[in-house]
Design a protein around this ligand. Structure first.
Ligand code: NAI
Length: 667
């Protein structure tokens, strides 16, 4: 046999070396499904009689080595069928591990989950230096754990602490990070992957560390205990996959080869139990919603191929948000003109851009050279230069409608009729902006609302006015997707979607303080509920003056459920504005925050009671948003709240939370 091609891979013998190329003929990426395992099994079977002296596994896809299990096909299996699928994957990968030949995984692109499990079954791994190369185990983020041998092989390769850190965080490493932890042996330019893999096959096998000092059963038990305490403190026990993975991985490290089978069985049993849990259902649902949001069309009637791509942009206002948006846009290779009212402010903005690129270098996102090249894509200006060549302009100047109206009239005069003009306003009426004096072609005006900090927050609200054309919306969606963010389309209405749902919850938390419930208790209740931060800490972060301003705008639009309690007004008038002024609901002193004590009643309500009351505020407002058609469906609300506010992902979002409560009440 010299060459054999099936629908998901091909096997070729080149100068005595078997080259297995992963290349799913039916889709743009490679995934592990039943057919993949069948074809892989057959290819490995053929190797025995091929006389090959080594095996290289690589991918023919542009950006993917092997992106993990096909969750759609895995999700359709239950019970015995699922158990058999896990066993099969373990066996096929184990048959690679047992080959009496040198084996090298030559990784370019996403090598995640099941993809990494395949790579771990090889004796050596090398990876391309490309940005597309991402290596990791995202399973715990979906409420699962690696169960095709990954939870067993990783601690044996890296030692328990590093393996746990990778599996429990779900982190995806670039080639540099993967080399640093010992996951891959070498980094190679993409074009040289095969040549280098062949050279490794012809060289000596590397000696691997045994990790005795971290993996022996005594140390492993200590690591397990202390990690368990940390996990419980951090997650309040809401994410069972983390505890389960900790248990399985920490017992796998020192198993002699004979007990690999026992470790595989623990992986399989744990997976089968986790997959039935509510948490896993919600996390997988959110994963699919996010995938859907990446490709969802606003209007199928628009021929998106005829729309101009965004090749050149401008950002007006070089403050916190403007510099963040400019940096993120340049980081994706799109040139940006960054403008502000004078040279000093532009220079300040450029400093922030440079700082954000430095941070990206520290986080191994870019090499120093790449960061410099990308930074050069941001051009500063304080002059009213022509914007005719810009495809998209994002205004991120001060939150003042009159200022924004002037800026937009000026933008209309300086840009071409087809330039999309977007505002990053948090709460101002975009329709009014689009209808104001001096505006030409209001159909190209909309909101592109980023969240702070831009580099970390995945959600972007695309805010559509009654005048915005579907083409403009599709162009904005395409731009946001190029940035790698998740867009949710919302109707222009005060607070849009996320801030509108958040506001009554924050106001209600402040009202509870006024009624005598302690600050610490309220925030604790919502941390226990699964929010990343308590509502009163969040109010302090936003700034009590800013929150008060937004709440009064929304009271004018929607009525008293947004009305600010007198306590908030009082704190603001005393200059207690939250973190930025050193005091608010907390006192801030050298990075420590102490909850302030207001009048506390003797009878404090239970934590569950508080959480229920506050979570209900969000769910009620979410339902109103749906009724008013601010957003297309309940799923979009859940996704936006999880990505935009960190709403407890395991609860699935405010709509899902409410529907589960209603179902329970009905049974
Ligand atoms: P900022 O105060 O940090 O920056 C505003 C910048 O706009 C300043 O540098 C100012 O000199 C500049 N500016 C003012 N008038 C201008 C004009 N006529 N032309 C050009 N530049 C002008 O404000 P920040 O926080 O960056 O907010 C900007 C916008 O983004 C606001 O509309 C705000 O509501 C919105 N936003 C803010 C978020 C936040 O967390 N800070 C989150 C999401 C949206």
């Amino acid at each position: 046999m010299n060459s054999e091609t099936t629908s998901r891979l091909s096997l070729q013998i080149m100068d005595g070396i078997a080259v297995l190329t992963l290349d799913n003929a039916e889709r743009p990426i490679n995934l592990v499904d039943d057919a993949f395992l069948t074809e892989l099994e057959s290819a490995i079977g053929q190797l025995a009689t091929s006389g090959a002296k080594g095996l290289v596994i690589l991918s023919a896809k542009a950006k993917v080595f092997l992106a993990g299990a096909d969750l759609h096909s895995l999700g359709s299996l239950r019970g015995e069928a699922l158990s058999a699928m896990i066993t099969r994957g373990q066996q096929v990968f184990e048959s690679i591990a047992r080959l009496r030949l040198p084996t090298v995984a030559a990784i370019h692109g996403a090598c995640l989950g099941g993809g990494l499990e395949l790579a771990l079954a090889c004796r050596q791994r090398i990876a391309s230096d490309s940005h597309s190369t991402k290596i990791g185990f995202p399973e715990t983020q979906l409420g699962l754990l690696p169960a095709w041998g990954g939870s067993t092989r990783l601690p044996r390769l890296l030692g328990l602490p590093k393996a746990l850190s990778l599996i429990l965080s779900g982190k995806q490493l670039d080639a540099g990070g993967a080399k640093h932890v010992g996951l891959i042996d070498e980094i190679v330019p993409k074009e040289r992957l095969l040549e280098r893999a062949i050279a490794l096959i012809e060289g000596r096998s590397p000696q691997r560390k045994t990790h005795f000092w971290t993996n022996n059963s005594l140390v492993a038990a200590l690591i397990r205990q202390s990690s368990q305490r940390q996990l419980l403190a951090k997650t309040h026990g809401h994410y069972p996959a983390l505890l389960t993975a900790l248990d399985v991985v920490s017992r796998a490290g020192m198993s002699p080869q004979a007990s690999t089978a026992a470790s595989f069985e623990r992986e399989r049993n744990a997976f089968l139990e986790l997959v039935e849990g509510d948490t896993t259902h919600q996390l997988i649902r959110l994963f699919f919603l996010q995938e859907d949001a990446k490709s969802r069309r606003y209007d199928e009637g628009v021929d998106i191929r005829s729309l101009p791509p965004t090749r050149s942009t401008a950002v007006i206002g070089a403050g916190v948000m403007g510099s963040g948006i400019a940096q993120f846009t340049a980081a994706r290779g799109i040139p940006v003109l960054l403008a502000d009212i004078d040279a000093a402010r532009v220079a300040q903005g450029m400093k922030s851009v440079a700082r954000l690129f430095d941070e990206a270098v520290r986080r191994h996102i870019f090499t120093p050279h790449e960061a410099e090249r990308k930074r050069d894509l941001v051009a500063p200006t304080a002059d009213p230069v022509s914007l005719r060549g810009c495809d998209l302009v994002i205004e991120a100047a001060v939150e003042n409608l009159e200022v924004k109206k002037k800026i937009f009239a000026d933008l209309c005069a300086r840009s071409s009729d087809r330039t999309v003009l977007a505002t990053n306003t948090s709460a101002l009426p975009i329709t009014e902006l689009a209808k104001s004096d001096g505006i030409t072609h209001p159909e190209r005006i909309l909101g592109i609302h980023f969240f702070n900090p831009v580099s970390r927050m995945k959600l972007v609200e695309i805010v559509v006015t009654e005048l915005t054309s579907p083409e403009t919306v599709e162009r904005a969606l395409a731009f946001v997707r190029v940035l790698g963010k998740t867009p949710v389309v919302v109707k222009d209405s005060p607070g849009f979607l996320v801030n509108r749902i958040l506001m009554p919850y924050l106001v209600e938390a402040a009202r509870l303080v006024e009624s005598g419930v302690s600050v610490a208790r309220i925030d604790q209740a919502m941390l226990d509920f699964g929010m990343p931060m308590g509502p009163l800490r969040l109010l302090d972060e936003i700034g009590l003056d800013v929150a008060g301003h937004v709440a009064s705008t929304m009271t004018a639009a929607f009525g008293d459920r947004f009305a600010i309690p007198a306590l908030l007004d009082q704190l603001t008038s005393e200059g207690k504005l939250g973190r930025k002024s050193g005091s608010g609901f907390y006192d801030y002193d050298h990075r420590r925050e102490t909850p302030c004590v207001f009048q506390c009643s003797q009878d404090q309500p239970g934590l569950d009671h508080i959480a229920r009351q506050l979570a209900d505020c969000m769910s009620r407002e979410a339902q109103l948003c749906l009724d008013e058609k601010i957003v297309a469906d309940a799923d979009s609300i859940d996704l936006a709240m999880v990505l935009g506010t960190g709403y407890a992902p395991f609860r699935g979002g405010p709509m899902k939370y409410q529907s589960i409560l209603s179902e329970r009440a009905a049974t």
